[in-house]
Write a protein that binds this ligand. Sequence first.
Ligand SMILES: C[S@@+](CC[C@H](N)C(=O)[O-])C[C@H]1O[C@@H](n2cnc3c(N)ncnc32)[C@H](O)[C@@H]1O
Ligand code: SF4
Length: 307
Amino acid sequence: MHSKEEIYYCQPVFRPPSEAYSLLIQLTEGCTFKCDFCMSNLRKQFLVRDVKLVKKDLDIARKQYGPNVKRIFFLDGNAMVTPTEKLLEVTKYAYTLFPKLERCGVYAHSKDILKKTDEQLEMLSKAGLKIAYVGFESGSDRLLEIVHKHANKSDHINAAKKLMKASITLSATFINGLSGGNNPESSKEHALESADLVNNICPDDDRNWYIAFLTLMIPSGTEIFRKKVKGEFQEMNSLEILQELKNFINQIDFHNQSAICIFRSNHASNYLPIKGILDREKDKILSTINYGLTHKNILRPEFYRGL
Ligand SMILES: C[S@@+](CC[C@H](N)C(=O)[O-])C[C@H]1O[C@@H](n2cnc3c(N)ncnc32)[C@H](O)[C@@H]1O
Ligand code: SF4
């Protein structure tokens, strides 16, 4: 009797919510960074998998799911760090197996993007790597340093511009509450610098790009968890979180009125589901936030929040 061939996964795996229905393929394991809030690389030794093994998983997926797969997401925490030839090879191979494939995607740290040349990113984009999910977390250099992001605001701006130049869709995340509670000045700086970052990367055209705000969770095992236990970090409450988001939205001001920046703050970690197009739906977004600020009973209860 043949044992069933299975696609390999190094658990636990993390993927963006918008890749929920995508074929997940393990290209790397873990992450080359170790940000204070993130559990992506706890218990995992970073590695780039052998291309032969990745192709074998794609073959198994072709047998299991047929030829009609439309989206693939290459795991893990920063698969963009994969050497360009390898990333190109697996992306091209995926398109030969799945003729209806519309896009491949990866998580990318800004520094992984900056390490690639414009030509390399262009080749990847042409091969079908069409979306990169980048964790900006904040536009405040001070906060980025505190949480050990190993990238600053200008790295984020340059990485975003590089992706856009190569026609790879940018989907960037920020973390609401990252500056901690009882610290209105730091929260304001986080909101204003993050808005300034977003204003700076607004393209001149009407392509779609994505900005999302998650709300800080404190998973056990992370550095931020350790800080919280030691009393060095205090979480924001739901109203402080919404006020921070309001400060961010208020400060958004694009030079291009045809921009289509799809804004979301509707992740399981958020207290209030919010979405809209920036900056043309700014007023609608602000009125949703104001409603949340004055109707605390509609906010997601703490025990329903998750990553
Ligand atoms: C798995 S990470 C991958 C992003 C990519 N490696 C990078 O750093 O640019 C996806 C995103 O989830 C968010 N995230 C991770 N841990 C979080 C936490 N504890 N609370 C809220 N958001 C978190 C961050 O925005 C992070 O960038
Ligand atoms: S946020 Fe991204 S770069 Fe930082 S540890 Fe998590 S996966 Fe790695």
